[in-house]
Design a protein around this ligand. Structure first.
Ligand code: AMP
Length: 309
């Protein structure tokens, strides 16, 4: 009877160790996709898995709360761990392998070697969380080596992480294609995040201001407003919302994450960037009550400014 069950609906093999992972991968044929997660899976993660399913014959999902990307004062211990529910969410999508190692399996001895992603790790998220992107680079490199996928998928929700991973793969000649997946949002606009479950009822309502701020910024960009006006419009929405403390509102090059200077910008640099094929992100990070949230949008400049050239 087991043969009557389509392969894609079978429960995934669960690998807890490198050895179990190697064993599970040794049976695979065809192309392979990897989706790396920290678990507490939601529809955003699942959209990556669905896209992976479209792109490759075999799908590996990792569930690993990576200690090296958390600072000592961050929420590593409190981070939600919901492995059984994660397996239930993955079941209908038919991932072949779930790699869910312990930290001691991934880091049997404290890593002596570190990776420095360069300038991208020193702005915005990198400035707020100084060792974060280096920790991500380390675990991504390790998992790419352990799983050796043809394609690895990352969400645009963590736009700076996605850009950093593209640079990592480019600079270190890693043989993998990186695929970005659009942000999945709740019906009220809030970008889905495992950390949303920290939001209390009222904070969950205040948190809507983030996507509202992005929409307002994008609207101004669509009217050919200069970068400074776009950022100010987004900031004003956040400032008007109670219980929202801004970490940053910024515009950055989607590839390098070079942050755009906003002072006295009179020309429409967003349109210039878009015309030269280099999109601009509007990015923001804010604390809503005790919960830190990030969100972003790719700006599409308005026709008036696009016509300047
Ligand atoms: P995390 O478990 O938060 O480390 O996220 C694992 C992957 O899922 C990362 O590539 C994230 O960018 C991606 N992701 C998380 N939330 C979303 C979302 N709302 N939409 C799209 N991708 C997401």
């Amino acid at each position: 009877m087991a043969d009557a069950v389509p392969t894609r609906r079978r429960r995934p093999a669960i690998a807890r160790t490198r050895g179990e992972l190697a064993e599970a991968l040794s049976n695979q044929r065809g192309t392979r996709a990897l989706v790396m997660t920290m678990g507490a899976l939601h529809e955003g993660h699942l959209s990556l898995v669905r896209r992976a399913r479209e792109l490759a014959d075999q799908v590996v999902v990792s569930v690993f709360v990576n200690p090296t990307q958390f600072a000592p004062d961050e929420d590593y211990d409190a981070y939600p761990r919901t492995f059984d529910a994660d397996l239930g969410a993955l079941a209908p999508l038919g991932a072949e392998v779930v790699f869910a190692p312990d930290a001691s399996e991934v880091y049997p001895v404290p890593a002596s070697f570190t990776l420095d992603p360069g300038p991208i790790a020193r702005v915005l998220e990198g400035a707020m969380r100084p060792s974060h992107l280096a920790g991500v680079a380390l675990v991504v490199t390790k998992f790419l080596h352990l799983v050796h996928p043809d394609v690895a998928l990352f969400g645009q929700k963590d736009a700076q992480q996605l850009a950093m991973v593209r640079l990592l793969v480019r600079d270190l000649d890693l043989p993998v294609r990186i695929e970005g997946v659009p942000i999945a949002r709740d019906t009220d606009g809030l970008a889905l995040s495992s950390r949303n479950q920290y939001l209390s009822g009222p904070d969950r309502v205040h948190a809507r201001a983030l996507s509202r701020a992005l929409r307002e910024g994008a609207r101004r960009a669509g009217q050919a407003a200069p970068a400074s006006v776009v950022a100010a419009a987004a900031r004003a929405v956040l400032e008007a919302e109670p219980n929202v403390d801004i970490d940053y509102v910024a515009l950055a090059d989607a590839e390098t994450f070079e942050v755009r200077g906003l002072a006295a910008a009179t020309t429409n640099a967003i349109a210039d960037d878009a015309a030269s094929g280099r999109p601009t992100y509007l990015l923001l990070a804010a604390r809503v009550g005790p919960t830190r949230l990030i969100d972003n949008v790719i700006l599409t400049p308005g026709p008036a400014s696009g016509g300047r050239a």
